[in-house]
Design a protein. Structure first.
Length: 260
């Protein structure tokens, strides 16, 4: 499985894995913020690979809990441990991001993405101060987006592909809450059960996922309380930058008049 923030170290290659691929909700606005974040992650991957490659740029730009620098809270989310890590994360962002951006608007969506990643990283750093293994990947940010999706689009179904290496074997539809529970439920449980402490060694940074996902849930609940969901369901155009966080007037229908 992919789409998760990695703490570099031991890695496993999966022959058979599951991949969220599509969902049943169309978007009303061009999801340019989602596409821009994907573009930035891909560009960063190519640029940093060219600057030194491999462990060198992970060490320079990854987040080390035992020796954090303020800029690593930003750069680590745009650094990935390899192609599989990058592609998995970007597919998760593409599946969940466009719909959340559609409801939130570009600016609140970007804020959710960045702050969600920071919350996960901050908890990871505060609870693992002895760790000197760099953490990299955007999945703390993406977990926040997925958490918000789970609240805003609870009734949706998501297409899940059964993959053999890189080849799709079968696609089936699954209710969105079950998909999110499968990918993020264990991480949320372990994060709170272990107070954000990771076991020794490399692998999956479940703290970034669990904290990010919980943050996204909370933000989406607040959004529902503020009327974002209700206004979105009314199918009014929405604000160009702030989505459905603010009231927007419904389009006025002009009545035809007959002149005699």
């Amino acid at each position: 499985m992919s789409g998760w923030k990695r703490v570099t170290g031991d890695s496993k290659q999966y022959m058979i894995w599951l991949l969220p691929w599509d969902e049943d909700a169309s978007v009303r606005h061009l999801p340019w913020a989602t596409w821009a974040l994907i573009f930035l992650n891909v560009i960063a991957f190519f640029f940093l690979s060219g600057e030194g490659g491999g462990e060198a740029w992970i060490k320079d730009w990854g987040l080390v809990a035992g020796q954090p620098h303020w800029y690593h809270f930003i750069t680590s989310s745009f650094v990935h441990a390899g192609w599989f890590h990058l592609i998995g994360n970007m597919l998760f962002l593409l599946v969940f991001g466009d719909n959340v951006e559609d409801a939130f608007g570009p600016l609140p969506f970007i804020a959710l993405y960045l702050v969600g990643g920071f919350v996960g990283d901050a908890w990871y750093v505060s609870s693992n101060a002895a760790s000197m293994i760099p953490a990299v990947g955007a999945s703390g940010c993406i977990s926040a987006v997925a958490g918000a999706y789970g609240v805003l689009f609870f009734a949706n179904t998501i297409g899940v592909r059964l993959m053999l290496f890189v080849f799709p074997v079968h696609t089936f539809k699954v209710a969105a809450p079950l998909v999110l529970l499968f990918w993020f439920g264990a991480d949320v449980f372990r994060t709170f059960a272990h107070n954000g402490v990771l076991p020794d060694g490399g692998g999956v940074n479940f703290v970034a996922h669990g904290a990010g996902f919980a943050f996204g849930l909370v933000v989406a609940v607040v959004a529902i309380a503020c009327g974002v969901g209700r206004r979105y369901e009314e199918e009014v155009p929405g604000h160009a930058w702030l989505g459905y966080w603010v009231e927007t007037p419904a389009p006025v229908r002009r009545q035809a008049t007959r002149v005699s």
